[in-house]
Every structure is written in C-alpha cells, then in structure tokens.
Write a protein that binds this ligand. Structure first.
Ligand code: GTR
Length: 335
C-alpha cells in the first residue's frame, strides 16, 4: 500500500525524469524531421545480383550519413510493376528505382539504339560505351527527363525459351506467341521473326506459360531461373539477341533536394554498387545455367547468326535512318 506522501514523491520523481528526458525527445524529433527517407523500387527477389547490390548501396548511404539519409529498398516488385514504379517516381511517391531499358528508352528515344538486336558484340563492348562518352550523353538526357543515373547495371544477354518448341533456326519462330517487354523495338523484332509479340508484365510470365497463353518468352539466364520460368519452359535457345544495360536511378526532384556533398556520395555509392552488381552477375549466369540444366532444361545455340540479322534488316534500317538514333549507332558500330 502506497501512502499519500510516498505517492506524492513518486509523482514528483516521474515528473522530474520526464522533464529531464524532454530535451532528448525533442532532439530526436528534430533529428527525425530532418532525416531524409528515400524509397527505392526493385523488381527482383532477394539474393538476385541487383537486389544484393541495391542493399549494399542502401547500407552504404545509411552508414556514411549516420542515418541522416536512409534508403529503403522495396524488392520483388512489392510496390507494383515497372510501369507503376515509373509513374510513382514521377509523382514523387517513390524516389529511386532500378530499371530495365523500356522506361528509359521511352524517356530518351535515342537510347532505343542500344536495344536493337545483335548490336553489341558482348558485355565488355556494351560497358565500354556506357562507361564512356555515349553513357555520359545518355546520363545527361535522362537527367533532363527526370532520371538521374547513379550506376549502369548489367541487364545481361537475352535469349528465347519455349514450353513445347525446340527452336533451331529463324523459321521455327513462325506462329509462336512470344512474351516480350512492351517496347516498339522488341515487338518489331518478334514480328520480323514471323511470331506474335505478347505484352505480359514480367511477374505474370510464369502464369502465362502455365495457362498456355504464351509459347515462348525471352530473357537473361538469371531471370529465367529466379522468376521460375525454367520450370515451365524446357527449351532454351541461346540467341543472346540483345545485350542490355539497366540503371540505378534517382528522380530529379529527389536529387535536387540533396546537398552537393550528398550528391557526390550518392554517385560514388552508385558506382560501387554497379561494380558489385556486374561481378555478381557473371557468377549468377553460370549458376543459373547449372540450376536449369539440373531441372532438365535443354540448351541449344544458333549455328550462325546471318539469317537472324538478315531478318532484322527493316528494323535496323529504320533506326539507322532515324535522326534520333543514327549518331548512337554510328558511335557503337565504329568502336
Ligand atoms: C529482367 C529485367 C527487368 C525486366 C524483365 C522483363 O531481366 O531485369 O528489369 O525488364 O527482365 O523482361 O520484363
């Protein structure tokens, strides 16, 4: 039983403690109100090279700024698919994202040049350009369109895979329903192969296979495995028809809110995360192949590429004569 006096002293004690804690609470509130929280969208699951690199980017920013800026990574498309993420980035609901080329080429049409089939010899050829003058030109144009690039990631070499059709040559594509990313270049490429392009969101491709809505799709090996496509599509045809980059970007409006020093920090951390991602990617491609082979996926390669390139002629000519893409193509083909 507490006496009135002890009760009084207890109350007094509580008040003193609470008053003493006030400045700390206030300081905390002030700190929180100044803290910048950035939301980063990612389509890939845990463990995927992109996800690992983004997590290390976020950790570096949080650590270097001692929590003054925190980057929260939302992986596995939990905030929605790629088009939704782009509109959220524009409206300010989202600050950052790791995007494949479709939304970027929409914003900067000259970038369509680098999505053309059979353009880059290999990944080294692609990064030589993206890490050089061409990449700098794209960065400038993307920034003007609302996307500040912090690092070029590897989007891999894309190949075709089908459920019931073992592809061996260009004629085999006739009549197939092939899922592609919804860009003009990709759709035209499929049509020129005599197939029908199907615009299915990435996260719905596996179901589309299982429900018989598509016959084939095309993607890189790590996505083929991580998205579970290899469980439905047993025939993998290694055309490597498009070698593509991706990008870690921050919206221009979020970028402008950062101090010059923080911008430097973001660029350096972005570059480091891209380097990490590219290294992890090489390993992941090999590992994905092992997983797919073990699961019974059959791998084939085209015997020669001339017949494919010949089919792509109208597409290549179109962009070759387009003033938006001509300079980019000249630069790439000359080097
Ligand atoms: C993945 C890529 C994604 C997305 C996806 C797709 O390889 O990383 O950004 O473009 O392919 O095919 O939609």
């Amino acid at each position: 039983m507490i006496s009135r006096t002890s009760y009084f002293f207890l109350l007094l004690f509580i008040c003193i403690v609470a008053l003493g804690a006030l400045p700390a609470v206030h300081a905390q509130a002030q700190q929180n109100s100044q803290a910048v929280r950035l939301r980063l969208w990612n389509i890939h699951p845990e463990g995927y090279p992109v996800t690992v690199a983004l997590d290390s980017f976020a950790a570096e920013i949080n650590e270097q700024t001692k929590g003054r800026i925190s980057v929260q990574v939302f992986s596995n498309a939990t905030l929605g698919d790629q088009p939704k993420a782009v509109s959220m980035l524009k409206s300010g609901e989202l600050d950052m994202g790791e995007f494949g080329l479709p939304p970027l080429t929409e914003a900067v049409p000259s970038m369509k040049a680098i999505t053309l089939p059979f353009l880059f010899k290999d990944t080294a050829h692609m990064f030589r350009h993206l890490d050089g003058a061409l990449g700098a030109r794209f960065r400038e144009r993307l920034a003007a369109a609302g996307f500040v690039v912090l690092g070029w990631y590897d989007g891999g070499a894309r190949s075709f895979y089908c459920t019931n059709k073992q592809l061996t040559g260009p004629r085999d594509f006739k009549g197939l329903r092939i899922r592609v990313q919804g860009t003009e270049v990709f759709k035209e490429m499929i049509t020129l192969l005599g197939a029908t392009p199907m615009g299915v969101p990435y996260k719905e491709v596996k179901t589309a296979f299982d429900e018989g809505k598509i016959d084939c799709a095309e993607n890189n090996l790590p996505s083929f495995v991580s998205a579970g496509h290899y469980k439905s599509a047993r025939f993998f045809f290694q055309t490597e028809h498009v070698i593509t980059p991706e990008a870690l970007v921050i919206s221009s409006s979020a970028w402008r809110k950062l101090s010059a020093d923080d911008q430097k920090l973001f660029l350096a951390a972005g570059e480091r995360s891209a380097k990490k991602m590219r290294e992890l990617w090489v390993k992941q491609v090999e590992e994905a192949k092992v997983v797919a082979r073990k699961a019974g996926v059959v791998f084939d390669r085209p015997i020669e590429y001339g017949a494919y390139v010949a089919r792509m002629k109208p597409l290549l000519q179109k962009y070759w004569t387009n003033p938006d893409t001509k300079d980019e193509l000249v630069t790439i083909l000359a080097n």
